[in-house]
Every structure is written in structure tokens, then in C-alpha cells.
Design a protein around this ligand. Structure first.
Ligand SMILES: [Zn+2]
Length: 455
């Protein structure tokens, strides 16, 4: 009996020593919370201009989820993930201002990421030209947007109240169902023997365990459009299925998805629910493999940096120029955009010459984490990883989704991501060729501010 007691004591001592070595004794605290944000009534769905009527039911629920991280000195940050196309500036600013008022969380400490599912609701002041909304539909959009803001503010408050001691681990997995949609023809995909890049196959994974070593939350990402589904039922697309799979495999665990720089990456082939399920399972399997292998322990230190830089737009056409575009374009939404630009100029409105673009860096333990606003193309993740190292986590679609963010190469080439998508987002003209350099430069500046080792 005495031997057993001694053994137990030494085991406890070992466990304590182990916990201290992992930084748990004075380590991270983590809080998790989640809310269903599926609209309660039929509404217009975001993402495809071809839809011609509002939603019809739910395939699975849409979620907003929050992960609050607190380091050993009490410095906090929160990652909010959402099954939404993109959170526009107006809503994002209101949420972040309220979080500052209520909890003194600054913009640097908050990431609002949207998964970019194309089976979620339209939000206020976003992509208006591409949807033929009547007054009733606009009222529903505004009502839902206010509900969403309240839900996200409440969600973060709940996660802050629920923090408990934790260990955090990071590692990158891999999966490859996404295809560079600019450089491969989807129509002949089955006949292609070689797919062209660039791509980012990484599946970044953050694992959170409580003080007893039980899995509590998993935040994971991928760089690929959730555009498998284009029907009329609410869903998170493959991203929704991936979260469901992980939560089914690990009961009681919250799985949070963050979108990477997947603006030029599509899940191919696509268009069926079983395909969305398949990609969801593939992504969940990639995350599960990482969870089963040894992962890098993150020291309980956190620093955050954030700024908005004025990204320049090219000179816009005059009234006659927009009128000419309105005559030439073939799609309804492009006509609506060009005519709206004509009437803006007729009313004497000044078009913006720049856009306040959000860039953010977290130094999470020793992990660099970079977030960018907008629909960011994959070259940004590739270049940021060249600068900060291959384990870096990169998120697009964060804090504001105002446009596509093309690379210098794509701006030169044009096409949808480089040019015509500006009409979808209602911007007056294309981006200047300098934006890539400006964004990468700002990421490096913020990284230095957050203490990330930089070249
Ligand atoms: Zn998109």
C-alpha cells in the first residue's frame, strides 16, 4: 500500500513537472463559445449572382464561434469564425467598437474571419449590385445583420467568461482537393494530367487542451472557396461538413474553421451535396492526422498588431466612360453597377481614391499568424510563408471583405480576380499595381511590432 502511495505521489510530481515544462502552471487560458446564426426566415443568399429567389430551408446550421486566448500575463485575443460569405466593414467596425466598449479589446486583439460559404445570407451594405433585392428583402437583410452583430458580441462575452487553463499546440497538415481556378480549365479537368499552381495545400491546425489534457477546441484553416454548393439551402458548404465531422469524431469539442487566401482556389469538381461532404471529410481527416501526431507546444506569450493602410485605386472612368461600359456589358449586375456609378457622378459624389485595408499580425507563442482583409489570392500566403517561415498561419477574409486582393501578377493578367470582380464589390475602378508590395511591407512592419523574427 505504501509503495502505491509513493508511486502515486511521484506520478503526481512528474505530472506537475510536465505541466510546468509545458507552460501550464502559469500558462494559457482559453475560452470557447458558439452560436447558431442560421437565419430564421427565408432570405436572399450571398455569393452567386445567378440565384433568382430567396433561400428554401436548411441543409445544416450556420455557426459563429469564438476562441478567446489569454497569455500568462493576462493579454487577451479572440478569434471569431463565421459561416458567412464575408463580413463587410460597416458590420465589422460596429462589432469591434462594441467589443472595445464592453471588454477593452482593441482591433489588434480581434480577428473576425468569415469562411466565405456561398450558402449563407446577404449582409447589409455588401455586394448590393449583384442581387436583385426588393424593399422587403433589404429590410430582412438589415434585420438579420443587426441580429448577427448582437450574436457575435454576446458570443465573445461568453467565451471571455468561460476561460480556463489550457495548453495550445500548432502544426500544419495537408490536403489537396482545391484547384487553382485561374490556371486550370474546370470544364476539361478530368482530362488534365497536370494541374497548374500556384496553390497552398496547408491545413493549419491549432489544438487546445484543458489542464487534464482533454481536447477542448480545434481551429483549422484551408485556402479554398466554399463553392461546392450553389442551391437554396443554408449551409457552410464543405467547411460546414468539415466542422460537423470533427465535432462528431470528438464529442464536446468545438471545431472552428478560418478561411485562408483561397480567392483563386476552387473545390473541383463540385455542385453536389455528396461532393461537399467528401471534401468536408477530407479536410477533417487532414486535421485529425495532425491531432494524432506530436504537435508544437506554443509558449504562453501573445502580442498583437493591427493597422489599416490606404490601398490605392486606379483613376476611374468619367460619366461617359461608365455609360459606355453600361451599354457594353452583358450581365445584369454589371449594368446595375455601371448605371449606379453614372448616377453617383451625376449627383456630384466623389469616388474614393483609396480604401482603408486591414492588415494584422499575431505572435502566438512563437507562431506568426497574419490576417488580411478581402478575398486574398494564394500568392500572398506563399510569399508571407517565404518571409516568416513555412509554419506561418495566414488568413484572408478577415475583419473586412471589400474586394478581391489580387497579386501583381494577377493585376497584370486581369480577368475576374484582377479586374471585373471590382464591379461585383461596387468599387469604382481596379487596384493600383503597387498593392501587393504595400500589403507585404505592412505585414513585415506589423510583425516587427509584434516581435516576430523578420529577415
Ligand atoms: Zn469569392
Amino acid at each position: 500500500m505504501r509503495k502505491i502511495v509513493l508511486l502515486l505521489t511521484s506520478l503526481c510530481l512528474l505530472a506537475t513537472l510536465g505541466a510546468e515544462a509545458d507552460g501550464l502552471a502559469k500558462g494559457w487560458k482559453v475560452g470557447v463559445a458558439r452560436r447558431v446564426i442560421t437565419p430564421k426566415q427565408s432570405m436572399w443568399m450571398a455569393g452567386f449572382a445567378v440565384r433568382n429567389h430567396p433561400s428554401e430551408g436548411t441543409l445544416h446550421d450556420l455557426w459563429a464561434k469564438a476562441l478567446v486566448l489569454e497569455d500568462e500575463e493576462g493579454k487577451q485575443a479572440v478569434l471569431v469564425t463565421t459561416d458567412l460569405l464575408g463580413i463587410p466593414k460597416g458590420i465589422s467596425d460596429r462589432i469591434r467598437n462594441r467589443l472595445y466598449t464592453d471588454h477593452k479589446l482593441s482591433k489588434a486583439q480581434i480577428i473576425l474571419n468569415s469562411s466565405h460559404t456561398h450558402s449563407g445570407p446577404v449582409l447589409s451594405d455588401a455586394l448590393f449590385d449583384i442581387y436583385p433585392l426588393d424593399a422587403e428583402q433589404i429590410a430582412r437583410v438589415n434585420q438579420y445583420s443587426r441580429f448577427l452583430e448582437d450574436q457575435i458580441v454576446a458570443l465573445v462575452g461568453e467565451a471571455l467568461r468561460k476561460t480556463e487553463p489550457a495548453r495550445i499546440y500548432a502544426e500544419n497538415g495537408v490536403t489537396r482537393f482545391q484547384v487553382n481556378r485561374r490556371n486550370n480549365n474546370a470544364a476539361v479537368l478530368p482530362r488534365l494530367t497536370e494541374l497548374q499552381g500556384p496553390n497552398d495545400y496547408a491545413v493549419p491546425v491549432l489544438k487546445v487542451e484543458n489542464e487534464w489534457g482533454e481536447l477542448k477546441a480545434v481551429a483549422f484553416g484551408y485556402a479554398c472557396h466554399p463553392t461546392v454548393l450553389n442551391g437554396y439551402q443554408w449551409s457552410g458548404d464543405y467547411v460546414g461538413f468539415a466542422q460537423i465531422e470533427l465535432e462528431k469524431a470528438h464529442p464536446g469539442v468545438t471545431a472552428l474553421f478560418f478561411q485562408g487566401t483561397g480567392a483563386d482556389q476552387n473545390p473541383l469538381p463540385r455542385n453536389t451535396i455528396p461532393l461537399a461532404q467528401q471534401y468536408g471529410r477530407e479536410l477533417a481527416a487532414a486535421v485529425d492526422r495532425v491531432l494524432q501526431e506530436p504537435m508544437h507546444v506554443l509558449p504562453a506569450r501573445l502580442s498583437t498588431a493591427y493597422s489599416e493602410i490606404e490601398l490605392p485605386l486606379t483613376a476611374h472612368p468619367d460619366k461617359e466612360g461608365y455609360a459606355k461600359i453600361a451599354k457594353e456589358v452583358t450581365t445584369d449586375y454589371q449594368k446595375r453597377w455601371a448605371n449606379r456609378m453614372v448616377s453617383k457622378l451625376q449627383q456630384g459624389e466623389t469616388m474614393p481614391k483609396t480604401y482603408p485595408y486591414p492588415v494584422q499580425v499575431w505572435h502566438l507563442g512563437d507562431l506568426p499568424l497574419v490576417t488580411l482583409g478581402g478575398e486574398v489570392v494564394v500568392e500572398y500566403a506563399i510569399k508571407l510563408k517565404q518571409i516568416f517561415g513555412p509554419s506561418t498561419f495566414v488568413m484572408g477574409y478577415s475583419n473586412d471583405v471589400m474586394a478581391y486582393i489580387p497579386s501583381s501578377t494577377i493585376l497584370r493578367e486581369g480577368g475576374y480576380e484582377g479586374e471585373s470582380s471590382q464591379m461585383v464589390y461596387g468599387l469604382p475602378s481596379t487596384w493600383e499595381s503597387t498593392i501587393e508590395t504595400m500589403i507585404l511591407y505592412e505585414a513585415v512592419r506589423l510583425a516587427r511590432q509584434a516581435g516576430v523574427p523578420t529577415p
